[in-house]
Design a protein around this ligand. Structure first.
Ligand SMILES: [Zn+2]
Length: 678
């Protein structure tokens, strides 16, 4: 269950020499925590802030061949991968008893790494799945297998699962919505103007043909045409990503008994029976018109095509655990064509990621014991407190908001739960069986285990101690239904955070990340949840109107950026993230000032405190993309590309003063044009 996260997808390589516990007092980067050598002072800060703060670094930065993008997040991910591998190897060498976490970790990884065994088995591990598809006689049989596939992680034309009830945060509820595309977004099927999308369609059909051929299907090319036509018909019913961001529009309770009449064309009772989800009362439908449209597509489809479609996605979702020919075909489409990545990541890296995905908290507890110093947690606690206090002071003085709403907003802030580093209680993996030598079986059982865990939540009190990221994750999230902000151990490292670096740099780095997650709860969607985490209308109409006047300016400002020729940032899709960037840096700056307790910061190496704050902020966003990956991000990701995120400083008065930015410089905005929301 991925919530709002600060960065998008990336996979990893390379090294970042960060000792876990340095004995000296020197920061890991430069003399005060910032890479001065990477600056290019021939570029004016006011013309291009990224060029000024990191021009030399960016010019020398090369994306490793096994990556689609590279930057500070990916560097730390590489470090997490290496550490994860060390932990896995230690666990494997410890000779854990059967059923122990050490056994599961070691055997999951070893089974994946044993390429010879995987080659020798060929497509035999797929047989039960393909036999089940072949046995389908009717659309009702098909629906039942769609439901059963939820447990195995095989995508179908719609999804159903269990998630937090946004209007009743003390329980979980069954949810369903659109799904079923093999390409990253509906635009890849429907947008004829972009040649990359048109080319991707041909590549995708070729991929389907290859995969079906490898799995022994005859007439693979003709089947691929059928599958692609079906997916295109489904894509036409799909909501756009902008529509899918709207919290209240995606909350549509429908009594389970009414599903067949509201969305005719799917045998709902068989689908639910197949899923084994004990559905009672309402199902929350995320995108009713898409589910309705998809149901019609299924009703009209030839059953042979539906079976091919299911078989193909079953194989595709198993690719990582199949022989090399499947792995290579998958890489060729998803990484090379759609991401521009020249080479595959070494197998051990893929294995470390997959093991983290399956047994993340078993690894996580070992990770934090080894790599997360207690003083990092204590220091991060202090930053969070100062930045929350800064946000509170902003709310107390907010001119545009109704006084009563302001009181409620401050209550919401006071009710926040910050989580730092790792969970208090670790996940129990005792119900998961991992068998050495059964790579695909392990993966399927792990997916089913997670699915069963989520279904069990329907009948249990909500455990708010749960985490949705592992400690090794270089990221953070804000979870609106639990009114919480969460920072895994691995993001609390340089360049984001270094207890030995200058405070101004830390507040600009991790402080702005903390501010970002705090203010997600007050972005255009997060604001709709009250202090209990319930989706509800707690603002006056006038508050909403005034806030929207501000956020419309954010949409316009970001919508003018053009990271790829001919493809601008989608200001509506990225609105929530951009609001969080803008408000986040604002309160991080206030929080830093607060931490000074009235003292004037000294100048270090010729940089004022204010300069160091903004340098620290810019430093974490040094990032490069391959063009296909950038294009994909612009279409699918709610985050503005990393190298454009530092430009948010254009809205901050203190930045103009710190770098003496003047009218006529490219990033200059007049005081009236600078956007202030919170
Ligand atoms: Zn975010």
């Amino acid at each position: 269950m991925k919530l709002k996260t600060i960065l998008a997808l990336a996979t990893g390589l390379a090294m970042f020499a960060v000792p876990a516990l340095a004995a000296d007092t020197k920061p890991q980067i430069g003399t005060f925590g910032f890479d001065v050598a990477g600056m290019d002072t021939s570029v004016k800060a006011g013309d291009d802030f990224v060029g000024h703060t990191a021009g030399k670094y960016m010019a020398a930065l090369e994306i490793p061949a096994d990556k689609t993008n590279y930057g500070m997040f990916t560097k730390l991910r590489d470090l997490s991968q290496e550490r994860t591998r060390t932990i896995i190897e230690k666990a494997a060498a410890s000779g854990g008893a059967p059923g122990s976490e050490a056994q599961k970790v070691g055997d999951f990884f070893a089974s994946f790494m044993d390429e010879a065994a995987i080659e020798a088995k060929g497509i035999a591990p797929l047989k039960p799945q393909l036999d089940a598809v072949a046995a389908i006689q009717t659309k009702a049989d098909y629906a039942e297998l769609v439901g059963r596939n939820f447990k195995l992680g095989v995508p179908g034309p719609i999804f159903m699962g269990v998630g937090p009830d946004r209007k009743n945060p003390d329980r979980f509820i069954v949810q369903a919505g659109q799904s079923g595309l093999g390409l990253p977004d509906r635009d890849y099927y429907l947008d004829d103007k972009n040649p990359s999308f048109v080319a991707a369609r041909a590549k995708y059909k070729a991929y389907i043909t290859t995969v079906l051929g490898l799995a022994g299907f005859d007439n693979a090319a003709a089947r691929a045409e059928g599958i692609f036509a079906l997916e295109t018909a489904i894509a036409k019913t799909h909501w756009t990503r902008v529509e899918r961001r709207q919290a209240e529009k995606t909350y549509n309770p429908v009594p389970v008994a009414e599903l067949p009449t509201r969305f005719p064309g799917i045998e709902w009772s068989r689908l639910i029976a197949g899923s084994s989800i004990p559905v009672q009362g309402d199902v929350i439908i995320a995108n009713p018109s898409a589910v309705e449209g998809t149901a019609k597509v299924i009703a009209a489809a030839d059953i042979a095509v539906l079976k091919d479609y299911m078989a193909f996605h079953g194989i595709r979702s198993a690719s990582a655990f199949l022989p090399k020919a499947f792995v290579d075909a998958n890489f060729d489409l998803y990484n090379k064509t759609l991401g521009g990545q020249p080479e595959q990541a070494p197998r051990w890296k893929r294995g470390a990621d997959l093991t983290s995905g399956v047994l993340g908290e078993a690894l996580g507890k070992l990770y934090v014991a080894e790599y997360f110093p207690p003083e990092a947690k204590a220091k991060a606690d202090e930053l969070v407190k100062n930045i929350i206090a800064a946000m509170d002071a902003r709310l107390a003085n907010l001119a545009w908001m109704d006084p009563k709403t302001r009181v409620a907003a401050r209550e919401k802030l006071a009710a926040f739960t910050p989580k730092i580093g790792y969970p208090d209680k670790w996940q129990d993996y005792s119900a998961l069986t991992i068998v050495r030598g059964d790579a695909l079986g392990n993966a399927r059982r792990a997916t089913e285990f997670e699915f069963n865990e989520s279904v069990a939540k329907l009948s249990k009190p909500v455990d708010r101690g749960e985490w949705f990221m592992t400690p090794m994750t270089v990221n953070a999230y804000a979870n609106p239904t639990w009114n919480e902000i969460v920072f895994p151990a691995a993001i609390l490292q340089a360049p984001f955070f270094d207890p030995k670096a200058d405070d101004a740099v830390n507040y600009g780095g991790i402080g702005a990340v903390i501010g970002h997650e705090i203010t997600h709860h007050f972005d255009d969607q997060g604001r709709k949840y009250d202090k209990t985490g319930r989706l509800s209308d707690w603002w006056t109409a006038e508050d909403v109107k005034r806030f929207k006047e501000g956020t419309d300016k954010v949409v316009a400002q970001y919508g003018a950026y053009e990271p790829v020729a001919g493809k601008k940032v989608n200001g509506e899709l990225t609105l929530g993230e951009n609001i969080a960037d803008l408000a986040g840096i604002t309160i991080a700056y206030d929080g830093w000032k607060r931490s000074l307790g009235g003292k004037k910061p000294k100048t270090i190496d010729g940089f004022t405190g204010d300069q160091r704050f903004f340098l620290g902020f810019s430093q974490v966003w040094r990032q490069k993309y391959r063009e296909p990956a950038l294009l994909q991000q612009l279409v699918t990701d709610p985050h503005t590309p990393g190298h454009f995120r530092p430009y948010v400083v254009r809205n901050i008065d203190a930045w103009y003063k710190a770098f003496n930015v003047k009218q006529g410089e490219k990033m200059y905005l007049s005081p009236e044009e600078r956007i202030k929301l919170w």
